[in-house]
Design a protein around this ligand. Structure first.
Ligand code: PLP
Ligand SMILES: N[C@@H](CCOP(=O)(O)O)C(=O)O
Length: 471
């Protein structure tokens, strides 16, 4: 199956080509030309199957034969063997019809591991088959960077550069990026916000000469394969609560809109989902957009859920493409307006199509902290601040529809954010044993200005150094 760009002006690509391309050459994001669908019988058949089995079916349907079946099975088995829980992504009940889907049992304690452990293996596999190398440049507000570094460290065919906003990630998140000893990994602190880092990455992709020279690839959720891998846990969790015979709703702490978009994709593939709830922190651009129809940037605030301190919510573009009837020209107009004036307006029809599937709630800092305290007192369950945003949004959804089970995506382990968790609950969460000595490990990083030329010069120099050392 081919993949098309949301801006309609880039060549259509296979799954493997889209995997290596990252961002489309017209600045858009790749999506499959058509959504594969599963029958209710097939979905029911997932009951009692392992996470890896379901992943084989879902990722297999999305890759549509482009990755050889036995190789895909082996990569999936290896990727999910790195998780510390036998269920990979277990469900935990914390209230009446209220569940947390724990996505943080992977190596770096964040939901990013679920996709990234597979992405690393997929990219390595495709590059080996083609005899090619790639240079990955990614942006992180805290979790993507650590997960990517863990998944790609030591791979011979890939150099990885992760841009993070200096001083705006938690200590644990920073150390997970800066203490890994591998020559192909480079942690880069940027003097700016996450949006600046993400803009730099997109600018590098849009500089075609540079992109081709270094074989640029991406690991952010602009890369379609990231979303494809995240669709799986919507199926496993819904089926464990009775789908397809029973509908469920999902509440998703949201920043770059990748995780909640994966829920939308699951629904398009046939999973009976009632509502998708977007929970934002005080960087509430998506909640304002759903309320007013105007996507309007107002400046980013630092919060206790730093991974969601985002204003340019990249994957929203994929949803805009769908609700505009897959009209690339319409998406281009909206994105041009965003670039020129920091805002765009969604017309009545596409807006009502969005509202037909999604609700959105902004949860401020006080409510986030109150939710951590409440869930600890009432359920004896410790939430990280991002998941707490999701739980607080979920309670609103349950008040409107108490009969439908609500699954909150638990996106990070509380020990990644000990200060906020302790302040809210009085409990200091501890890191799992494999990260017990994280604070003693030596840090290595490079500080760069928020400047495309400086980043390109650094990447060019380091990527070449690694290549010539490997040659
Ligand atoms: C812990 C955590 N929760 C939620 C999010 C938001 O996810 P998304 O950017 O896919 O909306 C992120 C960052 O992506 C995160 O790291
Ligand atoms: N919250 C993310 C930001 C990047 O999002 P991505 O899903 O597009 O990689 C992070 O923690 O880095």
């Amino acid at each position: 199956m081919l993949h098309v760009s949301t801006r309609g002006e880039a060549p259509a690509l296979s799954f493997s080509d889209a995997l290596l391309a990252g961002l489309a050459r017209d600045g858009g994001l790749y999506v499959p030309k058509a959504w594969p669908t599963l029958t209710a019988g097939e979905i029911a058949g997932f009951s009692g199957r392992s996470y890896a089995d379901v992943a084989e079916r879902i990722v297999g349907a999305l890759a549509d034969g482009d990755v050889e079946g036995s190789a895909l099975s082996a990569m999936i088995a290896e990727a999910y063997a790195t998780f510390r829980h036998p269920a990979v992504c277990p469900l935990n009940q914390i209230g009446d019809n209220l569940f947390v889907l724990e996505l943080f049992h992977g190596p770096t304690l964040a939901f990013k591991d679920v996709a990234m452990q597979l992405l690393g293996r997929l990219m390595d596999h495709v590059l080996k088959l083609r005899g090619e190398r790639a240079t990955i440049v990614g942006a992180t507000s805290g979790d993507t960077g650590g997960a990517a570094i863990d998944a790609f460290k030591g791979l011979e065919r890939v150099d990885v550069f992760i841009l993070y906003p200096q001083g705006r990630v938690s200590d644990v998140q920073r150390r997970q990026m800066t203490t890994v000893e591998a020559d192909n990994v480079h942690a880069v602190a940027v003097e700016g916000t996450f949006d600046d880092c993400q803009n730099l990455v997109k600018a590098l992709f849009n500089h075609h000469a540079f992109r081709d020279e270094i074989g640029l690839s991406g690991v952010n959720s602009i890369n379609w394969a990231r979303i494809a891998a995240q669709v799986v846990y919507y199926f496993t969790s819904a089926v464990s609560l009775g789908a397809p015979g029973r509908k469920v709703s999902f509440a998703v702490p949201t920043g770059n809109f990748g995780d909640v978009l994966a829920g939308y994709v699951a629904k398009r593939m046939g999973l009976p989902v009632e509502r998708l709830l977007i929970g934002t922190n005080s960087n509430d651009i998506l909640a304002r957009t759903l309320a007013t129809g105007a996507y309007e940037m107002k400046g980013v605030h630092a919060t206790t859920s730093p991974s969601m301190d985002i204003q340019i919510s990249s994957n929203f573009e994929r949803l805009l493409f769908e609700v505009h009837g897959r009209d690339g020209a319409a998406v281009r107009r909206l994105m041009q307006s965003l670039q020129q004036s920091g805002r765009f307006e969604i017309a009545a029809e596409p807006l009502s199509a969005i509202r037909a599937e999604f609700d959105a709630t902004g949860i401020d800092e006080a409510a986030t902290s109150a939710e951590i305290g409440r869930t600890w007192r009432e359920a004896g369950y410790l939430l990280d601040p991002h998941t707490a945003v999701g739980v607080a949004a979920a309670r609103g959804g349950l008040a409107r529809d108490p009969a439908t089970p609500m699954i909150v995506l638990g996106t990070a382990h509380p020990a990644k954010f000990p200060a906020a968790v302790k302040a809210a609950s009085g409990v200091t969460p501890s890191l799992p044993a494999h990260l017990g000595d994280l604070v003693e490990r030596e840090e290595r990083f490079t500080l760069l200005p928020n400047d495309q030329g400086a980043v390109e010069a650094f990447v060019r120099a380091k990527a070449r150094a690694v290549r010539s050392a490997a040659a």
